[in-house]
Design a binder for this molecule. Sequence first.
Ligand code: SAH
Length: 371
Amino acid sequence: MLAGDRVNLLGLPRPELESFVAQRLGAKPFRARQLMHWIYRRGAADFAEMTDLAKDFRAQLAAVAGISVPQIVTEQRSADGTRKWMLRMDAVQGIETVFIPEPGRGTLCISSQVGCAMDCSFCATAQQGFNRNLTVAEIVGQVWLAQRELRSGGASAGRVITNVVFMGMGEPLANYRNVLPAMRIFLDDLGYDLSRRRVTLSTSGLVPQIHKLAEECNVALAVSLHAPNDELRNELVPINRKHPIDELLAACWHYLDKQNGRSVTFEYVMLDGVNDQREHARQLAKLLRGHPAKVNLIPFNSFPGTRYSCSPAAAIVGFRDVLNEHGVIATIRKTRGDDIEAACGQLAGRVTNRATVRLGQRLPIAPAEVP
Ligand code: SAH
């Protein structure tokens, strides 16, 4: 948080930064470009580091603006190189961000909300309930911070994060207002300069917002389908009761048409005895065949208190083969970071469920517990 009414430049959309620089500081527009370069490319959080800006200008900036970045509460490292940070959002709330290194690429999995209200029955974040949306600065700040940490570990000053995926905590399309400007900074050549295929928004299926996104932004779309029929999907992904599968798929094809996209990735979590039968694979193939779709099968990652278990490896391979035989491309997602609870659906952070607080129950986390 910044003292007084100083403006946080982290996450400020480019047009707003340009008018801030021009109107509040009476400076030329290229100053905004210099600032973006320092903040995102160089990872600066202090105007004093910005040595190609005049001293007077830096002092003027420091009086009215700042660069406020999230703070790390804890960091965990997996045996497979995956790193997970818990970031402090305020005195009580924490969210999680995960970095997954792979040969030739580094994927950062970011959160969009403190908790989640979608209530998917197989997801650990859902169990925490929902607290609030993240701000643009808090979303962009996850990339800023991960880049700093990765570089300080001896990584080159070049690009260490090649892909950003909204697959952490929260439903990004339920926080559309802040997720959209954050994505623009990821794509901006003066921001993180990622190509549109390297920024992935994953959604549980908020149909009206998919239509809106189709008009406004161009990123890769992933959809958490998890079931091949409405009856089963209603149970696993309750938002399906509002926006059933046929509406959801129509929105996906519309998005691809509008954005000239190649394909939509459909995520499908493999739950033993629930959605993993060959008949489910045949139904799924029927839905997707002939469309620009890829299926990504996710082995279920367990967490305390869940009633589900992961399908046996043979069932997952069999499921993939049925899809492939029916002309639908399917792959199996490699589980990463499960020894530090950093795998899909395991992120829990520190969430004070608003609903619980309203009911006057004890807070799950006392403020004093946060170091
Ligand atoms: N709200 C977004 C992002 C969620 S996390 C969405 O629903 O797409 C990214 C993926 O992990 C989603 O496909 C989600 O359904 C999946 N997931 C959730 N819990 C999981 C679990 N326990 N095991 C495996 N995948 C899970």
